[in-house]
Design a protein around this ligand. Structure first.
Ligand code: BGC
Length: 553
């Protein structure tokens, strides 16, 4: 184990998607009271930390990623006092708390943006955001051709002034309700460092940085000249004018200094969708961020060759930076991995619904592979992320009624892409309760904000607890054994194995995953500790299964 100061080096962090985790006040929407109730569940599961998606006041144009006040709590979710209590209670159970900070953009209802709209062009209020004149004689064309990640143009025009002067346009890389800050403005920098301190002072252990690769834009705002569409997809090439510009690094050096001012130092994890492991590692230099999500791993198909390649490149580059690797299979923006692995596996990376929709899915197969994937991920060196519900084996809900969809992607794609609501459906806690036990007092029968599929009844946490063949018990056992077998410095080494078998050791422990169509023998000199499926009658590891082993003494 690492010292307390370096807990993030091999922590398993559980992602709490707040509005869908647990409803503590009976309004159908998850909240802080719900998390507090379920802290013992998380402690028993065996994770080290929670990352909570944005809980700040928000008009919810993008499920809380449109923040109107960075120093308070959204009333739907609770109060600042409840947040303080949650942090203290989590700490008492040995769980760290990581929040989500959204620095690329605010809500259009944020006091700064409201002041900017009310102020004149060229004013200090407008200088906190990216306002520009439109193109064309009447300025009716956006300043450039950039597109919003959610579809449509990335610019919105303010109404004309009373004297008829055309309104300025403002940049929004995401929804129009999410205006981008201008990070060349020192006031913006100072404000965010002060927001970090506000939460660090309350005891928060770290932050996940939303769109960490997007803050800096090419000042010339050049036309992109190519279309880029779909969620969080970035264009290739180093000349992209708003993704992964080198200027972001100086911002994070400032943030690192703030985090290092605390005892113990606070930690960051970057959400940075960049072109390569080499680009990602730049965020992880010793005076920058501590860790970053490994989206190459998340997006890899369930194939030995692709997974081996990502593991190799991740370990090589993170070693160079002296930063720990991280591993993740799902989050609130991508198709749940049970459903990804339920499809015929291609050779290209994929994570968005558009890549999977309409393709036949075998959920039993997806679940079997997800069990193996859990053991593989949790054996690799570094930190790991569990997205709420993956420990229950939840799949993507691909047939939500369209009138219930809330993701802005649905409308902005012209109702062609259902977006990300299918991975955000409220958790099933109790099989024999209304709403599968999502809501508590005062109205335990409150309708969850998105309907759960009937098939999730069999996956409710109360049904799985104590059933040693269940996904929940597999995660619990894995997290328990991980502490002895796979945390700390156990040196990683590939074991000689056929192409379709992934096998490696970490010190005296080993992990074996069978991607081949036929069962495979366990390596000699090892004893079985845990397997994702029962071994065959002659003690072989079946297809799409993983095993943890320890060297026989
Ligand atoms: C978050 C998304 C969000 C977007 C805009 C991200 O990458 O994870 O859920 O829509 O940033 O804030």
């Amino acid at each position: 184990m690492h010292s307390d100061q370096q807990w993030w080096r091999d922590a398993v962090t559980y992602q709490v998607y707040l509005r869908s985790f647990r409803d503590g006040d009976g309004d159908g929407i998850g909240d802080i009271a719900g998390i507090r109730e379920r802290l013992p569940y998380l402690a028993e599961l065996g994770v080290d930390a929670l990352w909570i998606n944005p809980w700040y006041p928000s008009p919810m144009a993008d499920a809380g990623y449109d923040v109107s006040d960075y120093r308070d709590i959204e009333p739907l979710f609770g109060t600042l006092d409840e947040a303080r209590a949650l942090i203290d209670e989590a700490h008492e159970l040995g769980l760290r708390v990581v929040l989500d900070i959204v620095p690329n953009h605010s809500s259009d209802q944020h006091a700064w943006f409201q002041a900017a709209v009310a102020a004149a062009p060229g004013s200090p209020e407008r200088a906190r955001y990216m306002f520009r004149k439109g193109r064309g004689d009447d300025q009716s064309e956006p300043p450039n051709d950039w597109l919003s990640v959610f579809g449509g143009p990335a610019w919105e025009q303010l109404p004309a002034a009373a004297d008829g002067t055309p309104g300025e346009w403002y940049l929004h890389i995401f929804a129009p309700e999410q205006p981008d800050f201008d990070w060349t403005n020192p006031e913006v920098r100072a404000e965010f460092e002060s927001i970090l301190r506000f939460w660090f002072d309350i005891g928060v252990d770290g932050f996940r940085i939303d769109v960490a690769h997007g803050l800096v834009k090419d000042p010339a705002l050049p036309d992109l000249g190519e279309q880029h569409e779909g969620i969080l997809q970035h264009a290739d090439g180093r000349n992209h004018p708003h993704w992964d510009l080198d200027g972001v690094h100086e911002i994070y050096r400032g943030w690192r200094a703030v985090a290092d001012d605390y005892d113990p130092p606070r930690a960051f994890v970057a959400e940075a969708w960049v072109d390569s492991a080499e680009r990602l590692v730049r965020y992880l230099r010793p005076d920058e961020l501590h860790t970053a999500f490994n989206f190459e791993y998340l997006s890899a198909p369930w194939r030995a060759a692709q997974i081996r390649e990502v593991v190799d490149s991740t370990l090589a580059t993170s070693t160079l930076a002296g930063a720990p690797a991280t591993w993740v299979l799902s989050n609130h923006d991508v198709v749940r991995h049970v459903s990804r692995y339920a499809r015929e596996q291609g050779t290209e990376p994929a994570h968005a619904l558009a890549s999977f929709v309409g393709k036949p899915a075998d959920l039993e197969l997806g679940t079997r592979r997800a069990r193996a994937a859990a053991l593989l991920m949790l054996a690799l060196p570094g930190g790991a992320y569990i997205y709420q519900g993956e420990e229950l084996g939840l799949w993507e809900v691909e047939d939500l009624p369209v009138d219930l969809l809330e993701d802005p992607v649905w409308e902005r794609s012209g109702r062609t892409d259902r977006g990300r609501d299918g991975c955000r459906v409220p958790l099933p806690w109790v099989a024999d309760s209304p709403g599968l036990g999502f809501a508590g007092e005062p109205d335990a029968s409150a309708t969850p904000w998105l309907p759960q599929p009937g098939g999730w009844r069999a996956l409710a946490a109360d049904v799985q607890a104590g059933d040693f063949g269940s996904m929940l018990e597999l995660y619990r056992a894995a997290l328990r054994h991980r502490r002895e077998l796979f945390t700390g410095n156990g040196e990683f080494a590939w074991l000689d194995s056929p192409t379709e078998i992934i096998a490696f050791t970490r010190g005296d422990a080993a992990c074996l995953v069978n991607f081949d169509g036929t069962p495979t023998a366990l390596p000699p000199g090892f004893e079985l500790v845990l397997a994702s499926e029962a071994l065959t009658a002659d003690a072989q590891l079946p297809t799409d299964a993983a095993a943890w082993l320890v060297r026989s003494s």
